[in-house]
Every structure is written in C-alpha cells, then in structure tokens.
Design a protein around this ligand. Structure first.
Ligand SMILES: [Mg+2]
Ligand SMILES: [Zn+2]
Length: 211
C-alpha cells in the first residue's frame, strides 16, 4: 500500500483562536466550548487539503490536564466543538492527537501525567505515532503551526514546516537564526499557506510526484 502524505496541524492559535484569560492576563487555550472560535481560513484550508489527497492530523500539547487546570472531559468538549465548527464548513480532520503530559506540573498537583514524554512538542512523538497508525509518508508531509515547538516537532519528524504567523521581520529573523526551528515557509494567513502547499504540490506533480 502506498504511504500517504499528511498535513499535521497545531490546534490552539492555528485552527482555533487563543482566548484571553483575564485572571492571568495571558492568551490561553479555550477551556470551554463556548470560547471556541476558528481562525479565519482554517476550515477551507483543511477542506482543500483533504480534497487534494492529504490526510489532516491535528497534534496539540494540552498540559493543562497534567497541571490540573483542564479536565479530560473539558478537553474533549473543546475538541468536539472545534470539530463541529469545522464540520459546519465541510471540513474534517482524519485524526487528532493530544499530549496531556507536562514535565514539571504545577505546585501542589500530583498526577501520573506529570512526567517527561516523547509526545510533547517540540518532540515529534505525536507525529510519529500518527504516521505509524495511518501509514503516513513523513518526507512528503508538512507541519503547520503558530509556534516554535510546532516547527521543531515537524522538523524532527522529517516533515517540511510552515510557520503561520504575522511576525515582524525581526522576529522572523530570530526564528531563522535558530537552526532546528527554521520553517520552510512563513505564512501570514491560510491563503498564503495554501499557495505554498498547493503550489509545492503542483511543482511536485510536474516531477511525477503526488500530491
Ligand atoms: Mg499554537
Ligand atoms: Zn506527552
């Protein structure tokens, strides 16, 4: 059987918007379904990617479960809401994988999930597990995300990478000086990412590869 290429996607800040947490003054992951809003263009991107023959696999760090700030049912409810909103725009993922570990946890909290693991990005475990299960060709796959750890995980898994970010030039240069975190492309939005990936696919097809 032929291995298939995948687009691995980060979740928070990539598929769904981050949420402003007033208590801590930080941007954080949504903890409740009603906080979920999709990043513009995410659904169309996923729909087009699958139509073009890519598997779409969401890979997300959710350390709140280990830290005791997010329950598994809450995580699942947020995931379901994201899936619903995508589905309403005709987009579905093939797989979603969460790392619920954290290496140090939080003061006063004990959990078997507080430990080093192979799946917390920047480690590539989530991508490698999905690749083994779904028979994914990592060398023809992409990882797309809004964070440094997404780029690092994608590179370590042997994928090409897109940093989805509206960064100032100086910040992009900061990424580019970090050898293990240099993305293949920096895209400000999904329209640019689609041009990059479908463009790459079109060039690949001319060389006899699909997609
Ligand atoms: Mg993110
Ligand atoms: Zn993990």
């Amino acid at each position: 059987m032929n291995k298939r290429p995948a687009i691995f996607m980060d979740r928070d800040g990539t598929i769904n918007e981050m949420v402003y947490d007033e208590t801590h003054g930080l941007l954080d992951s949504p903890r409740h379904p009603e906080q979920v809003a999709l990043v513009p263009g995410a659904a169309a991107f996923i729909r087009q990617a699958r139509a073009a023959g890519w598997l779409v696999v969401v890979v997300t760090n959710q350390p709140g479960v280990a830290k005791g700030t997010l329950t598994l049912p809450e995580l699942e409810a947020v995931n379901r809401r994201i899936a619903e909103l995508l589905d309403a725009e005709g987009a579905q993922w093939d797989d979603l994988r969460c790392c619920t570990h954290h290496p140090s946890g939080r003061a006063g909290v004990t959990s078997p999930l507080i430990r080093e693991c192979d799946c917390r990005k920047p480690r590539p475990g989530l991508l490698l597990e999905a690749a083994a299960t779904l028979d994914i060709d990592l060398a023809r796959s992409w990882m797309i995300g809004d964070g440094l750890v997404d780029i690092q995980a994608g590179r370590r898994a042997g994928c090409r990478t897109v940093l989805l970010a509206n960064l100032k030039i100086a910040e992009i240069e900061r990424f580019h000086r970090m050898e293990d975190a240099m993305p293949d492309a920096v895209c400000r939005n999904y329209a640019e990412a689609a041009a990059q990936l479908w463009g790459a696919a079109a060039r690949g097809q001319k060389e006899g590869q699909t997609p």
